[in-house]
Structure formats: structure tokens, C-alpha cells
Design a protein around this ligand. Structure first.
Ligand SMILES: *Cc1c(COP(=O)(O)O)cnc(C)c1O
Length: 342
């Protein structure tokens, strides 16, 4: 146990844990897993990650159940995605077994930071791969460092599961039509900072981006996927510029299990007038319900939640996914990895 941490009031931010784990790809192969107590790395001033953005990352969580067991949610999916991201910007993909071993090891080593059941908090796991070779000519690295760090993070909804307003602004794109949007690379986040800041200044929690090619269809909601409930169906945008969210994929499966039809397709902006519920989905919050969507370019306001409360379908999907992560609901699809702590 960790007496000094106030689990229920933790923010979503960096906190030091006891250990991180690291592995280097050098001379054509991955080396031994190194356990480190340092929060620093020693790197070359001309490293390809610093100059040309060769950087990919992941985000997943571990939870403590009522039974005291620690469960990591869908780590194989995160392994597959960081490999796809690495290939997308010519980096060395991390083998699934290495990724899994490092995630299990770092969680076990930092078991005292996994928040207790019932606190609403969780252990956030952040894998990060960076290019280490000095490169001034534009070229990929030959050496890579893969690090997995962890930190406890507080419950996302401190004031309860409440809908927020989001906005559409056509003056910004997060990604290009055939660009890197479907990869989890730091550069996409850098590209979204100005738009995100602008939206926050105007009082919105996020920007609902439109497809960068035609600006006709819904794309992503800040760093989260967008889902909506329309006439009892689960609809979500499908496009090449969207990051394939593991939360969205899991909620789609849960929806099907509940007998809800799922449609992943282009969603024209105007269709927002016909939806009954909406949420931004991702690991951080699972689902953040949406109250209103304001199109700032034409003044149209889509009122999704008429009473300011989350809708019944989004709430049911959210509760079910949280229940599986915590071990309160049966893990029928084999999504959890139980961590052995010595
Ligand atoms: C990580 C991420 C998401 C959410 O993915 P999850 O696997 O559900 O956490 C959505 N959009 C973007 C751009 C992301 O980087």
C-alpha cells in the first residue's frame, strides 16, 4: 500500500513510480530488458526522435479487482498497434512477446502503485519507442529505445459521469488524408495542440475534427474516437485518418453482445441532427458523454443530451466495460491479463 497517495484525488499526469523498464534495439536485434530507477535517459543531441519525430507511444491501464488481482486490459491489442505505428514511420516494431513481458514486469515491480479497488483510480501504463541514432540527413534511425513507464492516475470523472460540450472548427486539421492519423505518433498530438487550446478557451472540452480531405464527415474527437447512438444503433466514423481506438473496438463488441447493431462508416456532419447520444471514447475516460456539439463555422448547435445527462446506451456500455476491466463482470472475450506479483 501507498499511504502517501490520495488515490481518489489524483490527476491524469506524471508521477514517479519505483521502476521503469527499457530495451534497446541495436546492431539489428533487441537486447536484454533493463530495470531502471532513473527518470532520465542519456541520448545523442542529434537523435532522430528529437529532430524528425521518430517517436511512437501507447496508453493502457491496469486495475485492481475486488479479488485483489491486478488486471491489464487488452495488452496484445496495444502491442499490435505500436507495431503498426512503428512501421508507419519506419521504426523497428517491438515484438509482441517483448512488449507483453515488459508490461507485465513493470506492473509487477510497481504493484504498490496500482490503486485500490473502489477508488476509481488506475495504473496508467505508457510504452514509448524513440529513434536514438544521430541523424541530420532525413533518414530513419538504426538504434531504438523502448521504455515502459507507469503512474497511478485518478478517476477521470471527479464530478461524476457528466456530458460536456464539444465544437467543430474547420480552420484546423489534426492529420492529413493519407498521413499519419492512424498511427499513435507524438507528431499528431503536437499538430492538435493549437486547436485544442483554442477550443478550451472557448469553453469546449474538445474539437470534433472533420475528415481532412472534404470536411464533410466526422473524424475524431480530439485524442479520442467519436461514437453516437442513432435509433438504437451504435455508429462511429470509419476513415484512414482515424486512430483505431481499442476502447471503441471493445465497446463495439460489447454493443454487439447486447444485441445493438454497429455501423462503422462515413458519418456526414448533418447526421448529428439525428443522433440521440454521443461520446468521445478512449483509454483515459472509457467514454466521455457529449451534451452539445456547436459548429462554430455556421452557428448550428446540435443538442445531443436534452436533459444534460448521459444517455442510457452510452451509460450501459461504459458500465459494462468498466466492470470487465475491474473483474466485476465476466471477461468473456479474454481481454484481461492477470499480473503475477511475487
Ligand atoms: C490513443 C488514441 C485514441 C484512443 O485509443 P484507445 O486505444 O481507446 O485508448 C483515440 N484517438 C487518438 C488520436 C489516440 O491517439
Amino acid at each position: 500500500m501507498n499511504e502517501e497517495l490520495d488515490w481518489a484525488n489524483l490527476a491524469f499526469g506524471y508521477l514517479p513510480a519505483d521502476y521503469n523498464v527499457r530495451c534497446t534495439f541495436k546492431d539489428g536485434k533487441w537486447g536484454e530488458i533493463e530495470v531502471s530507477q532513473s527518470e532520465r535517459i542519456d541520448m545523442h543531441i542529434a537523435a532522430s526522435s528529437l529532430h524528425y519525430g521518430q517517436e511512437v507511444f501507447e496508453g493502457l491501464k491496469a486495475f485492481k479487482g475486488k479479488d485483489g488481482k491486478i488486471r491489464v486490459f487488452r495488452l496484445e491489442e496495444n502491442a499490435a498497434r505500436i507495431q503498426a505505428s512503428a512501421r508507419g514511420i519506419l521504426m523497428e516494431p517491438i515484438p509482441t512477446e517483448l512488449f507483453a513481458e515488459m508490461v507485465k514486469k513493470v506492473v509487477a515491480l510497481n504493484a504498490r502503485f496500482v490503486p485500490p479497488y473502489g477508488s476509481g483510480a488506475s495504473l496508467y501504463i505508457r510504452p514509448l519507442e524513440i529513434g536514438m541514432s544521430p541523424r541530420i540527413g532525413v533518414q530513419p534511425s538504426s538504434e531504438y529505445l523502448f521504455i515502459v513507464m507507469v503512474m497511478p492516475v485518478g478517476p477521470y470523472f471527479k464530478e461524476g459521469f457528466k456530458p460536456t460540450n464539444i465544437c467543430i472548427m474547420r480552420e484546423y486539421d489534426r492529420v492529413a488524408p493519407r498521413g499519419t492519423g492512424r498511427f499513435k505518433v507524438g507528431g499528431n498530438y503536437a499538430a492538435s495542440l493549437v486547436a485544442g487550446e483554442h477550443a478550451h478557451e472557448l469553453g469546449y472540452s474538445a474539437v470534433l475534427y472533420l475528415d481532412p480531405k472534404e470536411k464533410k464527415y466526422l473524424d475524431e474527437c480530439g485524442p479520442a474516437n467519436f461514437i453516437a447512438i442513432k435509433d438504437g444503433k451504435y455508429i462511429t466514423p470509419a476513415s484512414d485518418s482515424i486512430l483505431p481506438s481499442i476502447t471503441n473496438k471493445s465497446l463495439q463488441q460489447i454493443a454487439r453482445d447486447m444485441g445493438i447493431e454497429v455501423e462503422a462508416r462515413h458519418i456526414p456532419v448533418e447526421e448529428l441532427a439525428e443522433i440521440q447520444e454521443a461520446a468521445a471514447v478512449g483509454t483515459a475516460a472509457v467514454a466521455s458523454p457529449v451534451a452539445e456539439i456547436h459548429d462554430l463555422d455556421n452557428g448550428v448547435k446540435y443538442i445531443v443530451s436534452k436533459d444534460g445527462k448521459p444517455g442510457p446506451v452510452v451509460t450501459a456500455l461504459y458500465n459494462k466495460l468498466r466492470g470487465i476491466q475491474l473483474g466485476d463482470e465476466p471477461d468473456t472475450h479474454g481481454w484481461n491479463t492477470i499480473i503475477e506479483v511475487e
